[in-house]
Design a protein around this ligand. Structure first.
Ligand SMILES: Nc1ncnc2c1ncn2[C@@H]1O[C@H](COP(=O)(O)OP(=O)(O)OP(=O)(O)O)[C@@H](O)[C@H]1O
Ligand SMILES: [Mg+2]
Length: 1009
């Protein structure tokens, strides 16, 4: 925690100084620097002092400590600002930006990298692949951009020679979905010339020192930066890094980002082209300028995918359109040729760099973004732009860079100092105005239309004829001589630090800078012969061609003057400032402790100067007097109303302000707030933090509550739907049942009068619910029909009907024919039609038997063939009465054998048409009988009749069923207690059926017809 950092480390926030003055400020800054505390807050602004040594305050553990914490909960750190910006973006869906400022070597680029690492580390907890790859490209892009856009200067070994503003886009989850890099004014003059002790861009040395032998020989390069005019100056300069290994890192980063191998190859071909161009020398032979080294030209042509002749031509001549629309070729003099070559080299590099940035942008741009689907797309911008620069010799580039810093300072003033104070005034908060230097006047000096320096430069460039730098300086002297921030030797003749006709001085907010006007106009005009543009546009290398779209225009078309470099830069910076102004800003103010890159030296004067021009003291004063946080009453209420019983869920007070007062009073923050006309001002972040904490604790409860209500609503909805479904189902079922009933009723309405009582009526298919009912109804109908039929049978026929029913049940359909269709006569022996010769004899004999054995009726009688005691086949009469079974002699019908009917235990018949039957007896002395058919009908089946009659009798008279066995494989029976089997065979030529003894018993032989 910030306050846990002991006082021996100084005050972690300058706001806590006992007195706000430069002495105390510097004392605290120095103490903290010496104690290794390189970061200090001014409220939400982080002041950072370059430690010039590796600090053990970054990495995973530190990131975890800062993640999701409030600003003042931990010691000051870049991570704290990064988290604050991220939180503001995530919590309030605010676009934020982190502006990192400070002079060259103060640590801006390092800070921006730590900030990006922090954001990458805390996002995408679910490790979603697409988000990871966006993060990866964002991080890797630094390495590539630094290789091509940074160089060693006398102030910084890794000085950014371009301005960088990177937007990181986030989805509603707070995960990065893409980004965009804007680059500003690359210092391209460095490509062709470097100050003493400085280097060209890293990329040249990386290629020359790190490229493989193959690569270098393909590019026609030698592994020696000394060998090239453009890299010679920096060849022996010692830097802290290894160009060779960095080259490999850059190559692999480019691959990760998604550069194709063709693109990478084109990039290095361009770098090689530039180096080779630098070594081209022109020879002057009288009027004519020539290129002696044809080899280099052909290499350049090969590397750029062009023809050597066209390359030479572009270097030596320029195409000019005359007034009459004619096109002529004009040879260069030596100076012009050198100038053209250098301009070409610079433009090649500048376009290469812009193309690389554009290429990275196409990879990281947010794709498939749909606001309706993905929610608000929020942005965190990180600005790492070149810091204020004062060199011994300051030129056009320093002018632009320092102007840019003036603009950013202006933004800082507007957002932090001016707007803040204006707001207190507007809101009616008592406020002691704090004085600060407003640099708007310097900004105007540079950019004002018609009067500003840029306008004067542009005018000079537009003027036809020879306007020199000195003439331009004269114009400035005349037009700006009265300006308090502009001076020159002419206006200050005693100042020997400036030369007449050469120097002018601007009193910048950060100090006085003397600029040398030399080269201003050329750099501003930035001329490049159209011939080079056309040459490159016609290259066979598609990557190169893509970088030069303007080469498409023919010479006669190029009429419109392009905007000057200064104006282009001004426009881009104005756009940048506008973009930053609409975001919530977070500031990192970097301070360079000394000019010798020492980790221990705190150069008081240098630091004091930076503190002064960065306006840090004013910042502390405004902060101290001011309020850390403000919000319109309605917004404040909306966010924190759940923390107070009077305001949750809605307050009943007259105004939102009163409701806010209720919240403030409940939490005891009265002393820490001020009430404006429309906003509440909170002095310390601590109060807000308490509210945030309380809110965070309550949110889950609210979420649960909402979930409960919503789940209840869902369940009720589901229940209603189910009920409706059941109601519909019920109605439909009732309808189906009813319609089934109606249909049955309709079909069966007249069955009473039908001949078959509705047997032929087809039943409608019932609904599933009525399946059982349907079966019962069908059965009822059958029964009813049976009753109707039975009712019509005369009582005299009932015996026969019953016997037939009994036969049907007993035979179970296993015999094909069982005499169902004929009248059952029963007493065939007494039937004169069946036995015309013997029936009278039988009637006599049966009369005697009846009187003797007292039976009441003959159940069955007929002629039979059966086996005698000696197993010989004999014809006999078989009579079955309700008391006995008789075996009678077939003429006079004398009784041969008589057994009580009770002793019959069952019957066996075959499933064929034969007339054999076994009557099983309890004494195991069974009757095996073959029924003879009389004359009534010789083919009648009488087995069914015998079986049915006996079964019916047993059922009615004894109430016990008589078991009947129907088998297809002959019969099994016992004779004299012994088991016998009767098989059935047919035999040709036999007149009538006959029994034969067989091994297992008997064979019934049947005639074969
Ligand atoms: N936090 C840090 N920890 C360790 N070293 C640092 C830190 N910040 C800066 N440095 C050192 O200072 C050098 C310069 O820092 P950096 O390149 O970030 O400066 P800059 O402000 O971007 O300068 P320029 O405007 O020239 O680009 C770095 O190369 C590094 O050696
Ligand atoms: Mg930098």
């Amino acid at each position: 925690m910030a306050e846990l950092e002991g006082l021996e480390f100084g005050k972690s926030d300058f706001v806590l100084l006992d007195e706000v003055n430069m002495e105390q400020f510097m004392e605290n800054l120095q103490l903290r620097f010496e104690k290794g505390r390189i970061y200090t807050f001014i409220g939400e602004v982080v002041v950072s002092v370059n430690p010039y040594k590796q600090m053990d305050i970054y990495g995973k553990v530190a990131i975890e400590a800062y993640r999701g914490r409030e600003l003042y909960e931990n010691p000051p750190h870049l991570y704290a600002v990064a988290d604050a910006a991220y939180k503001a973006m995530k919590r309030r869906a605010k676009d934020t930006c982190i502006v990192i400022s400070g002079e060259s070597g103060a640590g801006k680029t390092e800070a921006s990298k730590y900030i990006m690492q922090y954001i990458a580390a805390i996002t995408n907890p679910n490790q979603r692949e697409e988000v990871e790859s966006v993060k990866n490209v964002l991080l890797k892009s630094n390495c590539v951009l630094e290789a091509f856009g940074n160089a060693k200067t006398n102030r910084n070994d890794n000085s950014s020679r371009f301005g960088k503003y990177m937007d990181i886009n986030f989805n509603f989850n707070g995960d990065p979905t893409g980004g965009h890099i804007n680059n500003y004014l690359l210092e391209k003059s460095r490509v062709v010339q470097q100050h003493a002790g400085e280097r060209n861009f890293h990329s040249f040395y990386q290629l020359l020192r790190g490229g493989t032998d193959d690569m270098l020989s393909n590019l026609h390069l030698q592994r020696n930066p000394e060998a090239y005019v453009y890299s010679k100056e920096g060849a022996s300069v010692i830097t802290g890094f290894n160009d060779g290994s960095l080259h490999k890192a850059v190559l692999s980063a480019m691959k990760v980002i998604g550069f194709t191998s063709e693109e990478i190859s084109s990039i290095y071909k361009i770098i090689a082209t530039i180096l080779l161009l630098g070594n081209l020398e022109f020879e002057c032979d009288g009027e004519i300028v020539q290129l002696p080294g044809a080899g280099s030209v052909s290499h350049v042509a090969e590397l750029t995918g062009t023809e050597p002749e066209t390359v030479s031509k572009a270097l030596l001549y320029r195409t000019v359109a005359t007034g009459g629309g004619e096109v002529i070729e004009k040879g260069h003099n030596k100076l012009e040729a050198c100038f053209g070559r250098d301009a070409f080299a610079k433009a090649l590099y500048e376009r290469l760099f812009a193309w690389i940035v554009g290429r990275i942008n196409t990879v990281i741009e947010v794709k498939n973004y749909n606001p309706a689907l993905h929610g608000k797309n929020t942005v965190i911008g990180v600005l790492d732009i070149y810091g204020f620069e004062i060199f011994d010799n300051n030129s056009f580039e320093q002018f632009c860079i320092n102007y840019c810093n003036e603009k950013l300072q202006q933004l800082f003033i507007e957002l932090i100092l001016q707007q803040e104070q204006e707001e207190y005034h507007r809101e009616g908060i008592t406020w002691q105005h704090i004085e600060y230097f407003n640099n708007q006047i310097i900004v105007d000096l540079v950019e004002q239309l018609h009067k500003g320096i840029i306008s004067i430069l542009d005018e000079a460039c537009l003027t036809v004829g020879k306007v020199t730098d000195t003439v331009c300086l004269e114009t400035m002297n005349t037009k700006l001589g009265q300006h308090p921030h502009f001076t020159s030797r002419k206006h200050c003749p005693t100042d020997k630090t400036m030369d007449f006709q050469r120097h002018f001085r601007i009193r910048h907010y950060a100090g006085d800078v003397t600029y040398s006007i030399e080269g201003f106009l050329d750099k501003n005009k930035d001329p490049l012969f159209q011939d080079f543009k056309r040459l490159m546009y016609n290259s066979a290398d598609p990557v190169l061609k893509e970088m030069w779209p303007d080469g498409q225009l023919s010479i006669t078309e190029v009429t419109k003057r392009p905007l000057t470099a200064a104006t282009l830069f001004k426009n881009s910076i104005i756009a940048l400032v506008e973009n930053l102004a609409c975001k919530e800003p977070y500031y990192v103010r970097c301070i360079k402790p000394n000019d010798v890159k020492s980790p221990v030296l705190f150069d008081d004067a240098r630091c004091r100067h930076q503190v002064a021009y960065l306006g840090l003291l004013e910042n502390v004063r405004v902060r101290r007097a001011g309020f850390a946080y403000r919000q319109p009453y309605a917004r404040f209420l909306q966010r924190y109303k759940m923390t107070c019983e009077y305001t949750w869920p809605n307050h009943l007070m007259d105004t939102d302000r009163e409701a806010v007062e209720a919240i403030v009073t409940q939490h005891g923050f009265e002393g820490d707030v001020a009430y404006g006309h429309t906003k509440l001002f909170v002095r310390t972040p601590r109060s807000l933090f308490t509210l945030e904490q309380e809110r965070a604790a309550l949110i889950p409860i609210l979420v649960l509550f909402l979930q409960k209500v919503w789940r209840g609503a869902l369940a009720r909805m589901r229940c209603r739907r189910m009920r409706a479904i059941y109601a519909i189902m019920g109605c439909y079922k009732r309808y189906k049942v009813k319609s089934h009933f109606f249909e049955v009723e309709r079909r069966f309405a007249s069955v009473r009068s039908m001949a078959d009582y509705g047997k032929s009526v087809e039943w409608p298919t019932p609904p599933a619910a009525l399946a059982q009912f349907h079966a019962i109804t069908q059965q009822l109908h059958r029964r009813w029909r049976a009753r109707r039929i039975i009712k019509n049978i005369p009582p005299s026929d009932m015996l026969e009907v019953r016997a037939k029913v009994a036969a049907m049940e007993a035979l179970r359909g296993e015999r094909p024919d069982w005499g169902f269709g004929r009248a059952w006569e029963r007493d065939y022996l007494a039937n004169p039609k069946d036995c015309p010769q013997s029936s009278s004899n039988f009637m006599r004999a049966s009369k005697d038997l009846k009187s003797k054995d007292q039976y009441s009726q003959i159940l069955f009688s007929g002629s039979v063939r059966m086996l005698n005691w000696f197993n010989n086949t004999k014809d006999r009469g078989l009579v079955i009465t309700d008391k006995h079974i008789y075996k009678l002699e077939p003429k006079k019908y004398k009784v041969h054998k008589k057994i009580p009917l009770d002793s019959v235990t069952g019957l066996s018949v075959t499933s064929d048409t034969d007339q054999v039957v076994a009557l099983h007896t309890a004494t195991q002395d069974d009757f095996l009988v073959y029924l003879q058919r009389g004359e009534l009908c010789p083919n009648q089946d009488r087995i069914g009749e015998l079986v049915g009659t006996l079964c019916d009798h047993f059922k009615r008279a004894r109430n016990t069923p008589l078991p009947v066995k129907v088998s297809s494989m002959g019969l099994s029976l016992h004779m004299s207690g012994k088991p016998k089997t009767v098989t059935i065979e047919t035999k040709a030529g036999l007149v009538s059926a006959d029994f034969r003894k067989s091994r297992a018993g008997f064979t019934l032989l049947l005639p074969s017809h």
